[in-house]
Design a binder for this molecule. Structure first.
Ligand code: SF4
Length: 199
C-alpha cells in the first residue's frame, strides 16, 4: 500500500512514538534522543506485550471496525512524512474503495495527552502519500476493547508542527529543556534521578 523509501533516510527522521515522551515532558525526549538513555520500564514492557497479543487477536477478527464492513486490513504499516521528517508504524490501516481508516492500538483507556498528537502525525504522513484519502482515525483501547473516534482540526496540526519544530531544534542544538511545570509528573518519572534541579 505504501512503499517506504530507503532505511538510511528514515533513520534520520523522528519517530512518531517519541511524541508520547515529549507530551509528558520534553526533557525525556532530550534524554532519549540526545543522550541515548532509554529507560524501559516494566509498565512499558507490559504495554508492548499487550499490543502484540492484541494484534494476533485482531488479525483473527473478520472486521476491524464496527463501522467498516468491506475493507482490506494492513497491520504494522510504516508511514513517513518528508515534510515533517517523521516516521512511524501504524498498528492497522483499513483500505476501502473510498479511502483509508487509521487505527492506533493503546494499552490504556486513558489519554495522557498524546493520543491526538500521534494520530495527527500518522494522518499527516498518509495525507502526503498520494491517491488515497483518509476517511477516519480511531484509537482502539485494549483494556476496554472499544474504538474511540479521533477528530482532527487545524489546531491539532499546528500543535504537531510546534512539537516537531521544538524536537528537531532540540536534537540539533543538544540543549536540555527546562523541567516540566507539574511536579507530580516528576514524582513518578523513571528519569527523575537524572534531574538534579527538580527535587
Ligand atoms: S523528573 Fe520531571 S523534569 Fe525530569 S524528565 Fe522527569 S518529568 Fe521531566
Amino acid at each position: 500500500m505504501i512503499e517506504p523509501p530507503d532505511a538510511e533516510l528514515l533513520s534520520a527522521y523522528l519517530r512518531i512514538n517519541e511524541l508520547k515522551n515529549y507530551a509528558y515532558c520534553p526533557r525525556i525526549s532530550f534524554y532519549t534522543l540526545c543522550l541515548g538513555i532509554d529507560r524501559e520500564t516494566g509498565l512499558s514492557r507490559m504495554g508492548i506485550e499487550a499490543e502484540a497479543e492484541t494484534k494476533v487477536r485482531m488479525k483473527r477478527r473478520k472486521h476491524a471496525l464496527h463501522t467498516v464492513v468491506e475493507g482490506r486490513r494492513h497491520f504494522d504499516v510504516t508511514v513517513f512524512s518528508h515534510t515533517y521528517r517523521i516516521v512511524g508504524r501504524l498498528d492497522e490501516v483499513v483500505e476501502t474503495a473510498d479511502g483509508l481508516y487509521l487505527i492506533d492500538y493503546k494499552d490504556t483507556d486513558r489519554d495522557y495527552g498524546y493520543w491526538k498528537l500521534q494520530m495527527v502525525a500518522y494522518r499527516m504522513c498518509l495525507d502526503e502519500a498520494p491517491a488515497q484519502a483518509v476517511l477516519g482515525c480511531y484509537i482502539y483501547s485494549i483494556p476496554t476493547q472499544q474504538y474511540h473516534e479521533v477528530r482532527l482540526t487545524r489546531r491539532d496540526v499546528d500543535k504537531l508542527s510546534l512539537a516537531l519544530t521544538e524536537l528537531h531544534a532540540m536534537v540539533e542544538s543538544e540543549l536540555c529543556p527546562p523541567p516540566v511545570q507539574q511536579i507530580g509528573k516528576c514524582r513518578v518519572c523513571q528519569y527523575a534521578r537524572f534531574c538534579n534541579d527538580v527535587f
